[in-house]
Design a binder for this molecule. Sequence first.
Ligand SMILES: [Zn+2]
Ligand SMILES: [Zn+2]
Length: 324
Amino acid sequence: MVLKKIGTPLEWAELPDPLPGPGEIRVKVAACGVCRTDLHVVDGELPDPTVPIIPGHEIVGRIDLLGAGVQGLKIGERVGIPWLGHTCGVCPYCLEHRENLCDHPLFTGYTRNGGFATMAVADARFAFPLSENRSDISLAPLLCAGLIGWRSLVIAGEGKKVGLYGFGAAAHIVAQVAKCQGRSVFAFTRPGDLSSQAFARSLGAIWAGGSDQPPPELLDAAIIFATPGELVPLALQAVRKGGRVVCAGIHMSDIPGFPYRLLWEERQLLSVANLTRQDGMEFLRRAPEMEIVTKTTSYPLDQANQALADLRAGRFEGAAVLVP
Ligand SMILES: [Zn+2]
Ligand SMILES: [Zn+2]
């Protein structure tokens, strides 16, 4: 399913099977999650878009071809391919072990072809081997929603009371991780979205309400997964002195002006960008013991546009997954 022009629906296309170059693998896609970032790609909200492009960066598949020089992976192995598709390895950020900020990266489904397809080619160094003990569909959302959620939670610090703004794919995983770590989760949804609030409670949130409501007590940290910039001052208002607000999305609408007192008293406002392979390995290693259950709605690959429309309209809980 190809995005040929920004702002238009994806188009079904029959393309020749891609061939892996040196250091690359080819996978037969088994499942690919649909992420809000895919909507930003389609809508042209990210800088310097590449078209035509095959979106999709939560790929679970099996290797069916190895490019020259690939080591440590074998044909038939199940792997996950995430958003971070390639880094340069030599820029100051790569050298500081902050490859998520690489100056010359490639991103799966944004600047290199992704997983809304039957086959995908990836840089072998950025593919995560996956164990065999979960279904392809249930694993797919871990590869971005789970990973970015994990990184956001780490950056949010050790505080016990954590607010999650926007209870979609990422928050539904983070809520389970946070609960497993003995933290209390406060879920903020669109005002009046009682079904998402009930969903949040079913995953262990001790409180759920609209983003226009204050939490019953001040929070240690808040993570914003939703895109409205108005949530930033609301979240700052919800955290205690010294608390942190982490913006986890790749794109938000403009943040409105707000009184300095909301930031004062050493509250911190931070953002999370991309992931490192370290995040991926750490999260995927610990996910089984945390017994994370992903709630998924699957669509056949040729219904990718429907999946994107349903994501935009908030018509499902958890995560959408495309199956070729
Ligand atoms: Zn770099
Ligand atoms: Zn994503």
